[in-house]
Design a protein around this ligand. Sequence first.
Ligand code: PLP
Length: 401
Amino acid sequence: MSVVAERLNRIKASPSIMISSKAMELARAGNDVIALSAGEPDFDTPDHIKAAAKRAIDEGKTKYPPVAGIPELRESICEKLSRENGLEYSPHQVLVCSGGKQVIYNALAATLDPEDEVIIPAPYWVSYPDMTLLAGGTPVEVATDPGNEFRMTPGQLQSAITPKTKWVIINNPCNPSGAVYSSKELEGLAEVVRRHPQVWVLTDDIYEHIIYGDTQFATMAQVAPDLYERTLTMNGFSKAYCMTGWRLGYGAGPRELINAMTKIQSQTTSGACSISQWAGVAALRSDQSFIRENNAVFESRRDLALSLLNQTKGLSCRPPKGAFYLYVACGELIGGQTPSGDTIKNDADVVNYFLDTEGVAVVHGEAFGLSPFFRISYALDSSQLEEACMRIQRACAALTR
Ligand SMILES: Cc1ncc(COP(=O)(O)O)c(C=O)c1O
């Protein structure tokens, strides 16, 4: 008899972490591997943020912090939401967690009753469906159209809503597609949500600042103030502030929801790391110009990878407007024969073929709920990125019919 609980059978381990681990194993065994699979910036945490953390240690700010977050951080989050998003929250409406991931899990665990449904536009961040299942709910996937830049339309949302719908998750900009919803598009979705009072909106804004050209970021509670009472705005420090290892994220929403989420956190992890929280205060309250500088680097890498992959036989991708991923269509590779005589049947085969023959790790579209695609992360230096794209070109050219 297994020691593992039955409900664990419903979920899988994160596929992107699994691919990254396989790539690391191959590299440790002496293979020349380039990983385009990780979801984190390659830039180091800015020095002024590190300095704030060192100060916190030296000043003895090392005791248990309040469960919902230190007041200084919750206040600076309220200032940020007001300054950048035109959203007014009080510190009591903010919960600081150990990463954005925990905000989402707390929200789902605090609100889902058995059979409650969560609408998740695909392609999606890999954890949404599994977190929903773990919290006892039912994920409802909505396949978006690449022709609409992978954005869910109001009509698609309307068709997915049932009396059991509790949440719709909007990830803007989106991991893995890089899709960005304009305020007009969000307003279209809001129009649908308005008609269904049982539906709440969880906006995952973690890539808010990683956005290109003249694209403008917008978030649901700002675009549709009448939905403020049914919206959880989630954000964090991992991406724009290059703080993945510090494990810091936050959610802002109605007090009843935040209190319920805080109750879960009080019985699980307690407050997020006190040192990270002081670093978070410095991140939000000091100079933000490094974000623009990092984005310029990301944008030039995006253009480099796009150009090389769009010149590759069997691949195509449109320029995404945000995040640091390309979601590359690879349907034309299916049916191809590899030099060792295997037939490519799906996007998982494409990914294994790239890793086994060229040592390039990417993540298959099936993991994100929409095939046949694969995701590359361009958060690595240009020379490595260029080399990886050339290897992908070589692998694709070696396939025969
Ligand atoms: C869309 C999205 N949401 C949330 C997270 C979680 O971020 P963290 O827990 O590092 O704050 C990630 C991380 O990859 C992500 O891509």
